[in-house]
Design a protein around this ligand. Sequence first.
Ligand code: GLA
Length: 515
Amino acid sequence: MKRLEWLIFAGVLLAGAVGLIHAQTSVTGYWDFQAPRTANNDGTYRETFFELKQDGETITGRIEPGGSREMAIAEGMLHNGALHFAVITPHAGAASTKVVYEGSLTQDGRFTFASITADGNRTPGELVRTSKESALPPPRIAPPALHDVPDNGLVRTPPMGWNSWNRFKGLITDADVRGIADAMVSSGMAKAGYQYINIDDTWEGQSRDSNGNITTNRKFPDMKALADYVHSKGLKLGIYSSPGPLTCAGYEGSYGHEEQDAKTYASWGIDYLKYDWCGARNEYKDDEEQAMYQKMGDALLKSGRPIVYSLCQYGHVNVWQWGSKVGGNLWRTTGDINDHWASLDLIGFGAQQGVTQLEIASFEKPGHFNDPDMLEIGNGGMTADEYRLHMSVWALLAAPLLAGNDLRTMSDETKSILMNTEVIAVDQDKAVNPVRAVTPDVWARTLADGSLAVGLINRGDASAPVTVTWKSLGIAGKKIQARDLWAHKAVSVSPDGYTATVPTHGIVMLEISAK
Ligand code: GLA
């Protein structure tokens, strides 16, 4: 045969073979759309499950069958190996969103597949057959009955350290964590009190091993070796999980494996766990959160290793009232922080879950802290005055100080903010007295030695004078000494009080002693 004839012959054979597959294979059954997380580059993929039914060329079925997000698919069609369907999500009072799924059959019975949003955003992957058991949500595990988890005795002052999420999100690697640990020491952060190096979401492997043990993805090839390295620097290592089957970023969570995971963390040498709710919200109702947090609180204690327990459920169901009962050392009280003023202003001064941070300050005690989220200092989205206010307000609130920037590349200004040891001393004050607003712009906290930490706050758009009177602090008539904790020097005060010109979105932080 000539070349052209060969090509035609081969083409006919191939078409015949593919046609045979089309004719013989029904797509009826359960399917797993595996979309590799290419940006994170960690070898894992996001899974979306479908149940499909074929009738001739017509395809019907459901996305996320059996789950709380189950929906019927629309426009389903299989024609010449090309599969097409859509998922249309209605939104109350707004236009519905439509995601189109398109794929073509490969010779071995999978589909190369993509989900395509209305704005043309394509997420490519593969659609592979799966079992009913894998496609349906895991069976519900009833939450345990409530009891009080004993205090682990850790972090009597707010934990200090670093967390990967704000700066790195899903891009964090073992090498980054080692570099951050090095920089924590070389920059002086460790000496200033920062100790925990916390890996947030996206360290987890695609699935558990055959014994149900949690695994790491390829960016964290040996968690124990990493913990050893961090410990060798005199620091501690933290990790992240969820009470749900999946974490917030869709990675493997601890659902049904709480004790097993706590044991694994202990065997790796983990010192801190951030346990994040959002992956559990399809399994459990709000009023079951306490029980599910208690479950991991018990598991951590049972692991035998001292592990700081950080609750992250954004301040739902008045967590400040029960966080310490589940063994929590800290609990998030707000939604996620972002690196801009509006976010800082909302978290610091606005109401979240119906309360301000000031209103819940009295729930804090040694070993048990409100957590208004991690620091954004040094990430570039705010001014130095805004970052100084961030640091000072977190210190006044006795909040955990978890830096969220790249410690390897800090400017001198960032260092001067994160390592202001006088402000850190306010945060770390052993008495953990609640901060109070003397006026909306003047916050005060009584420290263990009887002196007062006072913040003169300017949330306005221009610099402005802010005054604190001795009367309002209850120290009128005494001999007053005041020190400016950002200027690092004593300031002279009048017999009635002190007025500072405070920059826009800024703070003047004082320590005042009265005798
Ligand atoms: C939630 C948390 C964040 C971070 C991400 C990770 O949004 O509130 O702090 O942990 O999940 O997926």
